[in-house]
Design a binder for this molecule. Structure first.
Ligand SMILES: *Cc1c(COP(=O)(O)O)cnc(C)c1O
Length: 394
C-alpha cells in the first residue's frame, strides 16, 4: 500500500485512458448514449459506478471519489454537493423512523439543526451525549439505537473523542458509527482502522483547499457502501464535474498544505498560549490540551484550526481586537490557504453538557501566510485589549 503522499500524487488518475493527460479531464454530461436498446435497457448496478447518466457521476466524479477512498482506506466513496449534504445523506442511509440516534454534543451546529428539525420530525429520537464519554456510551445504547454520530475534535470547542472505545461499544450491539472527519482530513487519519463505519468530509475545507468550491464526500466500509450509495441516488444528489475536478486538483497538494498549516498553527498557538490575555488554547496538537493523548494515539497530524479562550473581557474590546486584524478574514468556513477568525458562541446550543468558558472565545484558522506576520497581527490586536484595560483603569 503506497504511503499517503504517494497516493495524493497518483490516486484517481489514468493517463493511459485519456491520451496521456496527467489529470483526469472534466467530463460534462447529462445524457450517455448507448449503441443498442439492449445496452440501454440492461440492468445497471449503481454501486459499481457505471457511466450511465450525468446525475450518477462521470469519470471525473469517480476519479475524485476513488482518490479520497484510497487515501482514507475506505471500501468506496461518493461525492455530494457539500459537507452538510454528506452528513444528511449518511444519516438518512442508516436510520429508520422510530430509531434512536446518539450525537456528540460538540457536533457541527448545522448537523444539530438537521437532527433537531428534520430527523426528529421523521420520528427519530435524537439524543446528545458528552463528547468525552468514551466507552461509557455503552450505557446510552438502546435496543432501537440506529447509529452513533461522532466528530473529533468537536466543532468550535475541539474536544477529542475516544473513537475506538465508542466504536467497540456500538459494534458489540451491531450499531454503525459515523464520524465527521473534516478537521483531520483523510491525510492525517485512518478512520476505518479506528472502527468508524462511515467517514464524512466537508471537502469544501482542506480537500478543495482554496476557498472556492463546495463539495462533500462520504466514505464507507464494505457493509455500508450500498445503503449510502443508494441514498445518494434516491435523494437525487449530484456534483458538478468541474467541482470534482477542482477538488481533485486541491487533493494533489493536500499533504504539503496540511503540514504547513500544522506547523504554522502550532507556532501561532504556542505564542498565543504564552500571552497574558489568553486563558487557554483549544488545540489537541498542543501537549497541554486535554485531548492530546487521544490525538497522538489516533491521528497522524493536526490541521490549522483551533479556538482560543481569552481572559474575561467586554464585548466592545473583543470586537476591537477582532476588527483590528488585517490578515485574518472574518468569515465562515476554513481550510483554504488564508487565515480566518470568528467569535465562538458554542455555549448557547449545548444540551448534554455545559460549556462555560472563563472568557470569550475566538476560532482561528491559521493559513499559509508567514506565521511571524500572523503573530505580529495578533499582537497588535491583543495590545488593543490591553489598551482598553489600561484606559479603563487609568
Ligand atoms: C464546514 C463543515 C461542514 C459543512 O460543510 P459545507 O461544505 O459547508 O456544507 C461539516 N462539518 C464540519 C466539521 C465543518 O466544519
Amino acid at each position: 500500500m503506497p504511503k499517503p503522499d504517494t497516493l495524493l500524487a497518483h490516486a484517481g488518475r489514468a493517463p493511459e485512458a485519456y491520451a496521456g493527460m496527467v489529470n483526469t479531464p472534466v467530463f460534462r454530461t447529462s445524457t450517455v448514449i448507448h449503441p443498442t436498446i439492449a445496452s440501454y435497457e440492461a440492468p445497471r448496478d449503481l454501486t459499481q459506478k457505471p457511466v450511465s447518466y450525468g446525475r450518477h457521476g462521470t469519470p471525473t466524479t469517480f476519479a475524485f471519489e476513488e482518490a479520497v477512498a484510497r487515501l482514507e482506506g475506505a471500501h468506496q466513496a461518493v461525492a455530494t454537493p457539500n459537507g452538510l449534504s454528506a452528513i444528511v445523506v449518511a444519516l438518512l442511509a442508516v436510520l429508520e423512523p422510530g430509531q434512536h440516534l446518539l450525537v456528540s454534543d460538540s457536533v457541527y451546529s448545522p448537523t444539530r439543526g438537521f437532527c433537531d428539525r428534520r430527523l426528529a420530525a421523521m420520528g427519530i429520537d435524537v439524543e446528545y451525549y458528552d463528547p468525552l464519554i468514551g466507552g461509557g456510551i455503552a450505557e446510552l445504547l438502546r435496543d432501537n439505537t440506529g447509529a452513533v454520530f461522532c466528530e473529533a475534535p468537536g466543532s468550535l470547542t475541539f474536544e477529542m473523542q475516544d473513537i475506538p472505545a465508542i466504536a467497540a461499544a456500538a459494534h458489540a450491539r451491531d450499531i454503525p458509527v459515523l464520524a465527521d472527519n473534516t478537521w483531520v482530513t483523510p491525510y492525517f487519519a485512518s478512520p476505518f482502522e479506528l472502527g468508524i463505519d462511515i467517514s464524512i468530509h466537508a471537502g469544501t475545507k482542506y480537500l478543495g483547499g482554496h476557498s472556492d468550491l463546495m463539495i462533500g464526500v462520504v466514505c464507507t466500509n464494505e457493509r455500508y457502501w450500498k445503503p449510502v450509495r443508494m441514498a445518494v441516488y434516491d435523494y437525487g444528489y449530484s456534483v458538478s464535474p468541474d467541482d470534482c475536478y477542482q477538488a481533485l486538483r486541491g487533493l494533489r497538494t493536500l499533504g504539503v498544505r496540511l503540514k504547513q498549516h500544522q506547523r504554522n498553527g502550532l507556532e501561532v498557538a504556542r505564542w498565543l498560549q504564552a500571552r497574558p490575555e489568553v486563558s487557554r488554547v483549544l488545540y489537541p496538537a498542543l501537549e497541554s490540551d486535554p485531548g492530546h493523548a487521544l490525538w497522538k494515539r489516533d491521528f497522524r497530524g493536526a490541521s490549522g484550526l483551533f479556538s482560543v479562550v481569552l481572559e474575561p473581557v467586554g464585548d466592545e474590546a473583543l470586537a476591537r481586537f477582532v476588527d483590528s486584524l488585517r490578515l485574518f478574514g472574518i468569515g465562515s468556513s476554513w481550510g483554504g490557504f488564508e487565515s480566518l477568525i470568528t467569535v465562538v458562541h458554542a455555549a448557547s446550543y449545548r444540551t448534554a453538557t455545559r460549556w462555560q468558558p472563563e472568557g470569550p472565545a475566538v476560532r482561528l484558522h491559521i493559513g499559509l501566510e508567514d506565521p511571524a506576520d500572523l503573530i505580529a497581527d495578533l499582537r497588535q490586536g491583543l495590545d488593543r485589549l490591553h489598551g482598553d484595560k489600561a484606559a479603563a483603569h487609568g
